[in-house]
Write a new protein. Structure first.
Lengths: 278, 215, 200
């Protein structure tokens, strides 16, 4: 993987929200996104078309030269899943801080109290973290945590199992126990569009097995969860994610975060990162 | 009572919070305000042609003004009522300033952002001065010795000011007023307004660790 | 800078924490259940979350993000994700000298041998933000930027000016014992109005 941020894929719009062209920012530069007869497009400020992909209900653009195809999520294609456009929320934080927070379960009891976690069951057991060399992705598996209300369709407390996957520096995919379909995984993603190094637009997207909830209820649940994180993300100091050890203190529960930071540093991806301990 | 609700709406939260404080049952109907703009769909417009949320349906009654909704909800709870309508207008002012700044910062709404933030600060200064005077008199709530719907309609957009880039740091009386509201029995949170964790007892695991001398 | 007033005790009652910014340095100032004040760098050593968003239980402050709990010395004593773990002593919040005196909370960004200033028997009234630097406000009220500037007048007003940034400061006001605080409050508001009109 190339460290140059320009050569990565970024989510820049929801396909269902492109009826009118609009301006936005990507890596600090103005771009325009829209759609026409040939599909959705993204243009840089000088009017040139950028490489684009339409996938997961969203438009993806690469400001430079893509080094590989955008990742796929085969699990999301399963029959009977409901694909949920959650929309976007803007956050004044580093895009990398937004991704790191999404990879964390230890904050559930305090930030998503009585929904994703409770203070009386705050313990995080050891889980497995690895960088999968063949795909160059960070994976955390066997993450188990007690949840009082794991999803819209869940009633009562359960032990939920999660797998986390970071296929791109600004994207994270969460697979979690699906109460109505044991053996299957619900898919919840966080696609982060870096507007600047300290400002981002976050596009959650979901592929769920849920025959009971209305679409609006599912959207509402995910917006509730993410907006609870927003006030945390806007109040971390420094704003950029420190990649060097020393400034922040990880514990065993933070193994995913440690692996994510190391992986960013190894690949040289530093947009939104702080490299020297301040 | 049915509430057509949007989870991130400060005004819908006024209704959810009031119901929780009164111990009233509320049946929530989630409306996909963002991204689907469902509040402008024919079904919702039939209930409220203005296209705003919240909408409350109670039997044959349909209400879409948050003050009217709270007045309706507290019709049998005289302690929550207030004659002082100043605060209803003030709540609207908070919504047009801090509330708009918030929609701008979170969802990208069009706004003259510097202007609405500045007007929001002016509103917060007025609130701070008023609450400071209340405290000199030994009180903390806006209209008297206990919380009324005046407090409930002003609370959400004030507490959510940081969502729109307006700091609450320089307002000590507003902070204590918000704390008093968050301490009310039955209080519920919304995204951007955390509960007071200190009101919950320390969990058993932590107590055990403390008694073990942390060893 | 010596002792700087960071707030009034009445505004930070036992069991609460507030953010205080002194000349660009962000602090979490908190009061324990037994009334002990502390001023710490506003950063949890774990993930950099502002501790001023946290919560006070007994004699401890906890971070809102992951619940890491710190005792009055600043040492982390409990990590909820690892209930069996005794946190290493190296996990510690950065603390600054902090003391309450005559109803005000005084903070020093450097070690100090001196005691915080006296308010000369005056009572704390209220704190309010001015849209201008501490230096400009001090010039406006014709006072040195000392820890406490006596303005006098009928209410025997004195102010402690807390520098925040180039465009903001907090003014903590004190007045003669027994003087009507509401009228002092009105006086402060009009003083601020004049200052900000001039500054604009």
């Amino acid at each position: 993987m190339s460290g140059s941020p320009e050569n990565h894929w970024y989510c820049v719009a929801m396909l269902s929200g492109l009826a009118e062209a609009r301006k936005t920012l990507l890596l600090g530069k103005e771009i325009t996104v829209g759609s026409g007869a040939d599909g959705a497009w993204a243009k840089s400020a000088d009017g040139s078309l950028m490489p684009v992909i339409e996938r997961f209900g969203h438009l993806w653009a690469c400001p430079g030269e893509p080094k590989k195809d955008l990742f796929s999520i085969p699990e999301a294609d399963g029959e009977g899943r409901r694909l949920v456009d959650v929309g976007s929320v803007r956050v004044r934080c580093s895009p990398l801080r937004a991704v790191e927070n999404f990879l964390d379960v230890a904050h559930f009891p305090f930030v998503h109290t009585d929904i994703l976690g409770t203070e009386s069951n705050a313990e995080v057991d050891r889980y497995k973290v690895e960088v999968r060399e063949e795909t160059d992705e960070v994976w955390a598996t066997k993450v188990k945590f007690h949840q009082p209300q794991a999803a819209m369709s869940a009633t009562g407390g359960i032990i939920t199992e999660y797998m986390y996957r970071v296929p791109e520096p600004t994207c994270a995919v969460l697979y979690k126990t699906c109460p109505p379909r044991p053996g299957e995984w619900d898919v919840i993603t966080l696609f982060v569009q870096p507007l600047t190094e300290e400002w981002c637009e976050v596009w959650p997207w979901m592929a769920l097995y849920d025959d009971d909830s209305t679409l609006s209820e599912m959207v509402s649940f995910q917006q509730l969860i993410f907006m609870q994180d927003r006030s945390i993300l806007e109040n971390q100091i420094p704003k950029k994610l420190p990649l060097d050890p020393g400034l922040e203190v990880p514990t065993q529960a933070d193994l995913t975060s440690v692996a994510y930071r190391r992986w960013l540093k190894k690949t040289g991806y530093s947009y939104g990162a702080q490299l020297v301990a301040a | 009572m049915i509430l057509y609700d949007y989870v991130l709406s400060a005004s819908c939260y006024k209704v959810r919070l009031m119901a929780a404080l009164l111990g009233q049952e509320l049946s929530l109907k989630a409306v996909n305000f963002h991204p689907a703009r469902e509040h402008t769909s024919p079904g919702i417009l039939a209930l409220n042609p203005v296209g705003t949320l919240p909408i409350v349906v109670d039997g044959g009654l349909v209400l879409s003004d948050s003050v009217e909704i709270l007045q309706h909800m507290t019709r049998d709870a005289p302690l929550w009522q207030t004659e002082d309508e100043t605060w209803f207008g003030f709540a609207a002012r908070l919504n047009e300033t801090l509330g708009l700044a918030r929609l701008h910062d979170i969802l990208g709404y069009e706004a003259d952002i510097d202007k609405v933030r500045k007007e929001g600060v002016t509103a917060l200064r007025f609130l701070e001065k008023t609450l400071s005077d209340r405290r000199f008199d030994g009180g903390i709530f806006l209209t008297g010795p206990h919380a009324t719907i005046a407090d409930i309609v002003c609370f959400p957009n004030t507490a959510l000011a940081p969502d729109g880039g307006v700091s609450l740091d320089p307002y000590p009386s507003i902070r204590l007023w918000m704390r008093a509201i968050r301490s009310l029995p039955g209080f519920i949170e919304m995204p951007g307004i955390h509960r007071l964790h200190e009101l919950a007892p320390m969990p058993d695991a932590q107590l055990a660790a403390a008694q073990g001398g942390g060893s | 800078m010596g002792w700087i007033a960071g707030g009034l005790c009445a505004d930070v009652p036992p069991g609460t924490v507030i953010p205080v910014c002194i000349g660009g340095v962000d602090l979490a100032v908190w009061c324990s259940q037994t009334g002990v004040y502390s001023a710490w760098a506003d950063r949890c050593p774990h993930r950099g979350m502002r501790l001023s968003h946290g919560f006070v239980r007994g004699e401890t402050l906890s971070c809102i993000y992951h619940g890491w709990q710190y005792d009055q010395s600043g040492s982390c004593i409990y990590i909820p994700a690892h209930p069996q773990l005794t946190p290493p002593r190296t996990i510690c919040a950065t603390s600054y000298p902090c003391a309450s005196r005559d109803g005000a909370i005084w903070i020093s960004l450097a070690a100090s041998d001196e005691s915080p200033p006296e308010t000369g028997g005056r009572e704390p009234v209220r704190s309010l933000p001015f849209a201008g630097s501490a230096e400009r406000v001090a010039r406006f009220v014709d006072a040195d930027l000392d820890a406490l500037a006596v303005l006098g007048g009928e209410a025997d007003l004195a102010v402690a000016i807390q520098p925040v940034s180039d465009t903001a400061c907090m003014v903590h006001a004190f007045a003669a014992n027994g003087y009507d605080p509401k009228s002092v409050s009105v006086q402060l508001e009009s003083m601020r109005g004049e200052f900000e009109e001039l500054a604009a």
